[in-house]
Design a protein around this ligand. Structure first.
Ligand code: ZN
Length: 426
């Protein structure tokens, strides 16, 4: 048999773990490694790590799944006694090779978490021989551990607040991103004042007063809470959400005209409208030749729809400008929209006027990344779909934080600084 030091290196455990013996379980085709914590690391509470007197033997010997050895499944086996923590009462004692409450070793957890952010759902489950449900529990542990080790709200100055729908739009997460680091810093179920207040409770009064800028869609509940909790913050309207309003208004106009065309039986118009729907929703620089021709037909067939298209485009362009030039473009757009006699856009105009202050704040604040809000939003939507099959929304939130919060651990056995972990956030 190989010596204990080689086994320790192969398993990636440090000197706090004593290797007692190695067995091969032929029936389960599994390597079982008998271990115990070294004496000085014994008798600490599994939850808080405080020294505590022994309590009992718990449920006897336990197995922790470790990373495979070659083609074989591998388990670490050890006693799992309980200690009597002054804070937590009788608790299973801490072990150096695994997180508290885990059925897998730290390295196993870390490898699963790394794979989740780098490959497909089925590849993770198959390669690591775990259920997708267990993956949810694993990444929740990994993220909780990382967040406990370092203040997740350190240095927050400019934040973005957004809401993401999941479960086919029936439920919502409120999410907070850091505009400066690009990281997702917090997420919770719900989209109301109470949910957002929970974030500011965690942040605390002192750090909340350091927030200088909050970007968000124009939701009332966000504006109310931000005004109460962040006395020094300017509220900015997210360009991403504003442009989405204009796109929606255009779609309304298109639908109205289509309904009318069907009522009066105008087959040519219907055919034209059908052909150009996507062309109108796309940005002009991304149009194919065919789509450009379709758009030209709209100009010829239906002037209202074409004007609506131009209004939407003009509005989008406002957000590509900066500073005073952008504000001038916004005002020009407003005076055009006010007189356009297209109900959906007149309504949009009123909405924009109501939120003018926060839109101007967006246009005049440098370095506010609209691309960040947009890409985070898109990525989180994908992640909510990936989270189907997890046991709880805690697992979904952990997945979002793991991927967008910079909490992906390094692969076991490779040293990678956390700085380069952030760099992979794209
Ligand atoms: Zn404790």
């Amino acid at each position: 048999m190989l010596n204990a030091s080689v086994w320790r290196h192969a398993l990636g455990v440090d000197r706090a773990t004593v290797i007692e013996s190695v067995d091969f379980d032929e029936e389960a085709e599994s390597v079982v490694i008998h271990v115990r914590p070294r004496r000085h690391t014994k008798r600490r509470c599994g939850i808080c790590g405080c020294r505590a007197p022994g309590y009992d033997q718990g449920q006897g010997r336990r197995n922790w799944r470790a990373m495979d050895l070659g083609v074989l499944v591998c388990h670490l086996q050890s006693d799992a006694p309980r200690v009597k923590c002054p804070t937590h009462g009788p608790t299973v004692a801490q072990v150096p090779w695994a997180r508290h409450g885990a059925g897998h070793t730290r390295h196993f957890d870390d490898q699963v978490a790394w794979l989740v952010t780098h490959t497909s759902k089925s590849a993770v489950a198959e390669l690591m021989r775990v259920s997708w449900r267990s993956v949810g529990a694993i990444i929740t542990r990994v993220v909780a551990d990382a967040r406990a080790a370092k203040d997740p709200f350190e240095g927050l100055v400019r934040i973005g607040i957004d809401e993401i729908s999941y479960r086919r739009g029936h439920k919502y997460l409120t999410v907070v991103v850091d505009h400066d680091s690009g990281r997702l810093v917090w997420a919770a179920v719900g989209r109301d004042k109470a949910t957002l207040e929970a974030f500011f409770d965690l942040l605390g009064e002192e750090r909340s007063s350091l927030i200088s800028l909050v970007s968000a869609d124009a939701a009332e509940w966000i504006a109310t809470v931000v005004a109460q909790r962040c006395p020094n913050a300017t509220l900015c309207a997210d360009a991403f959400h504003m442009v989405a309003w204009a796109t929606k208004a255009l779609d309304e106009v298109r639908k109205g005209i289509w309904r009318l065309a069907r009522q009066i039986g105008a087959p040519n118009l219907i055919a034209h409208l059908k052909g150009c729907r996507y062309a109108q929703l796309k940005n002009p620089e991304h149009l194919t030749d065919n789509q450009q021709q379709g758009l030209a037909r709209v100009a010829a067939v239906n002037k209202t729809l074409y004007r609506a298209y131009l209004l939407k485009e003009q509005f989008r362009l406002v957000f590509q400008l900066r500073g005073r030039e952008a504000v001038r473009a916004l005002d020009a757009w407003c005076s055009w929209a006010r007189r356009c006699r297209i109900p959906a856009f007149v309504e949009l105009y009123h909405r924009i006027v109501r939120h003018r202050a926060s839109i101007v704040a967006t246009l005049t604040n440098d370095g506010l990344s609209n691309a960040l809000v947009e890409s985070t939003n898109t990525k989180l939507r994908l992640l909510t779909r990936m989270a189907y099959g997890f046991k709880s929304t805690d697992n979904l939130i952990a997945l979002c934080l793991l991927d967008r919060g910079g909490y992906c651990p390094a692969l076991p056995g490779r040293n990678r600084s956390s700085a380069s972990a952030f760099a992979t956030l794209g």
